[in-house]
Design a protein around this ligand. Structure first.
Ligand SMILES: NC(=O)c1ccc[n+]([C@@H]2O[C@H](COP(=O)([O-])OP(=O)(O)OC[C@H]3O[C@@H](n4cnc5c(N)ncnc54)[C@H](OP(=O)(O)O)[C@@H]3O)[C@@H](O)[C@H]2O)c1
Length: 324
């Protein structure tokens, strides 16, 4: 099958388009013909093998597949003997490492029926980023109607979903983004927008019940200043440093948290079929929609990853493998 791949860890420029073996399916798996693959900044980490911790999943010395992409939307081509409720020809979306390829062999627990009314490209934008937003706000923060939330990095992959999900929960949302994305965040339903080119959210007199920090570009003490005394700070980046500084930055909120009434935490979003179905329902109810920044081809995956690393993608970058 055709895929984008590299034989070892390194810069995105090492990736090339070529032929690799089509994956075999196990009993509990489904073979999906990929129509579109969603990308996010985590793909850059697994392509480079940095930070080193990502190799726990992608392979210590060499990448297991060498194919970027975790998110996909496509059509079921073959079904394992142990799979029930999924048939050949079903349109699905889900999560599987190595999705920038013509086929993925995916666990039946990591996919769900594609939302009605969404194209394959739109559906492929959802899994990792929308689930990360859902898990942060529903499971970690346990946000309730009437509470206040500030999202730093509101215009990115996770932020653009988090604004919409928080509004769905009845939360008062403040989004932080650059001048060019203010109108986008407003259109997604944010009650207030802070343009970080003009204003500093850490200088605000307001304090929030929860802060979802997708950027972590400010000192922890500055961010905690605008968090209520018993509020929750979800640190959701930690990756802008290398070596010991990376670990110090990653661990600082977790070490400090037991010594303060504020809850300072990190989390790992694990995709499940059940929660993909939750996203599907939100989309079908017209409560959630993906924001697409740019649609790429397999030949331009390198450009997409390099652009993601710059850190100013508004919404999601998706790779189209089959013309609609
Ligand atoms: N916890 C988990 O399980 C999990 C899962 C997936 C990803 N993540 C992590 O979540 C983080 C965010 O991911 P993402 O996909 O949302 O990233 P992204 O799409 O690259 O978005 C980053 C956003 O940060 C904003 N930004 C850049 N500089 C800024 C600044 N100085 N001040 C405020 N905002 C700034 C950008 O907005 P402007 O363009 O407006 O500047 C951009 O929209 C990543 O570190 C990723 O590794 C965590």
């Amino acid at each position: 099958m055709k895929a984008v791949f590299a034989n070892g860890y390194g810069p995105p420029e090492n990736l090339r388009v070529g032929e690799v073996p089509t994956p075999a399916i196990k009993d509990a798996n489904v073979l999906v013909r990929v129509h579109a693959a969603g990308l996010h900044v985590g793909d850059c980490f697994t392509v480079r093998g940095k930070p080193f911790v990502v190799r726990m999943e992608s392979g210590w010395l060499r990448p297991t597949t060498g194919i970027p992409g975790y998110d996909f939307a496509g059509v079921v081509e073959e079904v394992g003997d142990a799979v029930v409720g999924i048939d050949v020809g079903d349109e699905v979306f889900g999560y599987c490492p190595g999705s920038c390829a013509e086929y993925v062999s995916v666990s039946a627990e990591k996919l769900a029926a594609k939302p009605e009314g969404l194209s394959f490209v739109e559906a492929a934008a959802l899994p990792t980023s929308a689930l990360a937003a859902l898990h942060a706000l529903r499971d970690v923060a346990k946000l309730q109607a009437g509470q206040s939330l500030l999202i730093n990095g509101a215009s990115g992959g996770i932020g653009s979903f988090a604004v919409q999900i928080a509004k769905m929960f009845g939360v008062e949302v403040t989004g932080v983004c650059s001048s060019s994305n203010v109108a986008l965040i407003e259109s997604l339903g944010a009650d207030h927008v802070v343009d970080y080119k003009k204003d500093d959210f850490t200088e605000s007199r307001l304090q929030y019940d929860c802060i979802l920090d997708n950027v972590e570009n400010r000192d922890l003490s500055e961010v905690r200043r605008v968090l209520k005394p018993t509020g929750t700070l979800i640190c959701n980046s930690g990756t802008g440093a290398a070596g010991l500084r990376f670990w110090a930055r990653l661990l600082k909120p977790l070490v400090l948290s037991p010594f303060t009434k504020q809850r300072l935490c990190r989390y790992l979003s694990v995709p499940t079929r059940k929660d993909l179905e939750v996203l599907c329902e939100m989309v079908n109810n017209k409560e959630l929609r993906p924001v697409l920044s740019e649609v790429h081809t397999l030949d331009s995956v390198v450009d997409a990853l390099l652009a993601l690393e710059v850190g100013h993608t508004a919404g999601k970058r998706v790779v189209r493998l089959i013309e609609a």
